[in-house]
Design a binder for this molecule. Structure first.
Ligand SMILES: [Zn+2]
Length: 465
């Protein structure tokens, strides 16, 4: 398996610490609002990575956090408490907000056929772990107390700029606005591990600590949860490219400072989803959620296919035209597969299965070239393989692609094509006076909630929801 590693800025052979066991950590959502489809693109990419590794015979143990502590928008104690803002907006408590949006997020990833990580942990449930790590960082003098807060001293960590490839001067430009706010810090790039001085009124999420009542910095939650559930060595850490700095940069500093050795070997980052105006975000333009796409007639798996058709390290431009084209392609794909399923024939051809499976693997092993993997699926459909072979390969590929390729009736987008196929089959049966088969087709459809009506103009149908 070859994977681009943000740490080395190269495509590298993937070698886990322990043989076929992969420990994988993915940064989870901040649950104060719905996820936008740009965020979901990253989770699709991580899902494909996990399933590819499993396809290649690895066992993957994956952990994800849920950020439910109200963090600031920047590293300084400025910005706003997002959880609090959400709670005020919706007249709920911060905990209700967190529960509601966690549920909404889980719903989104389920509908996208993203496998839920084996371990999903809320940031607010692990305060003790963060305190333990911060204490150790203070003992080792990586951290210091200033103005009531605890900061990480980046000057003590020589590799601080390795992941982002930036230097101190670049970063100073970025943080200059905050300098005045953070007079207590030694170095403007130092980041908060624990805050006792909240700028937010009536902050609800606060906990006791050796340094006073307060709340953890954003970055420590991932270092903490990762350490608690995956131990001292991590194989792959994933997230969106916007996490490279400061979030992942700071995670490395904290974790390696705490552990005293190299922590994670591979850093894997998904690119942004853009719209025609540039980066897509919650704050500008139409707020694109999965539910919005659905309300416009795009099944979540149409969006999944749209993402798979591009490489995870390329920026992808979202448009409704592109969604429409993908929807049509998806419908056709499911229709083709449905008719193969209707005409099961031939034997499984071991050589052809091997050939196409290795082509499929080769695409994915090449830094997750999902577009080529999808092309391989089309190659199978076009090939002279027997239908049994095709179905075997489709099922095999779908363990990674997760497009419900064989469940055409489950998906409305494929349903039309499926019903048309069934009607044609029934017409043919009637023509051949095979009324038993014709009735069987009608009854099978009825069982699925699809009612056929015959008239002089032909056969129409209604779908009972
Ligand atoms: Zn994280």
């Amino acid at each position: 398996m070859k994977l681009y590693n943000t740490l080395s800025k190269k495509v590298e052979d993937f070698i886990p610490y322990e043989n076929k066991m992969v420990k994988m950590y993915t940064c989870g959502p901040t649950v104060y609002h719905f996820a936008h489809i740009g965020n979901l693109r990253t989770y699709i990419c991580e899902d494909v990575l996990q399933k590819t590794l499993e396809y290649l015979g690895y066992h993957v143990k994956r952990v994800m956090n849920i950020t439910d502590v109200g963090h600031m928008t920047s590293d300084g104690d400025t910005g706003e408490d997002k959880m609090q803002k959400g709670a005020l907006r919706e007249h709920k408590t911060v905990y209700e907000i967190a529960d509601f949006y966690t549920e909404a997020f889980m719903n989104d990833i389920d509908r996208l056929n993203i496998k839920r990580p084996e371990i999903i942990e809320r940031a607010s449930d692990h305060i003790d772990t963060y305190i333990e790590m911060i204490k150790a960082l203070l003992d080792k003098e990586y951290a210091y107390e200033a103005g009531g807060n605890i900061y990480f001293d980046v000057s003590k960590f020589p590799n601080y700029y390795e992941l982002s490839g930036k230097n101190q001067e670049d970063l100073l430009v970025g943080v200059r606005e905050d300098v005045e706010e953070d007079k207590s810090k030694r170095n403007p790039a130092d980041f908060g591990l624990w805050f006792t001085l909240s700028k937010f009124e009536n902050q609800v999420m606060q906990w006791d600590s050796p340094w006073g009542r307060g709340y953890p910095g954003w970055h420590i939650e991932c270092s903490g949860i990762c350490y608690k559930y995956l131990g001292e060595y991590l194989d792959i850490h994933c997230g969106g490219v916007d996490n490279i700095f400061p979030h992942h940069t700071n995670e490395i500093a904290q974790s390696e400072g705490f552990l005293g050795h190299r922590w994670c070997n591979y850093w894997c980052h998904g690119e942004h989803l853009n719209d025609s105006t540039g980066k897509m975000s919650k704050s500008k333009g139409e707020f694109l959620t999965l539910s919005l796409l659905e309300s416009k007639g795009y099944h979540p798996l149409v969006y999944r296919l749209f993402c798979l058709n591009s490489h995870y390290r390329s920026q992808l431009v979202f448009s409704y035209e592109a969604m429409e084209a993908t929807k049509n392609a998806y419908q056709k794909l499911l229709g083709r597969i449905a008719s193969i399923k209707e005409n099961r024939s031939g034997e499984k051809e071991v050589d052809k299965i091997k050939k196409f499976e290795s082509k499929f693997k080769l695409a994915l092993e090449n830094d997750l070239n999902t577009a080529n993997a999808v092309t391989t699926l089309y190659d199978v459909l076009k090939s002279d393989c027997s239908n049994e072979t095709k179905l075997y390969l489709i099922e095999s590929f779908d363990t990674v692609l997760s497009l419900d390729l064989l469940e055409e009736t489950k998906i409305e987008q494929g349903l039309e094509q499926y019903i048309e196929n069934q009607i044609q089959k029934r017409n043919k049966a009637k023509k051949e006076k095979n009324y038993e088969l014709a009735d069987k087709i009608r009854n099978d459809l009825l069982e699925k909630g699809i009612e056929l009506k015959d008239s002089r103009e032909g056969t129409t149908y209604t779908i009972r929801k």
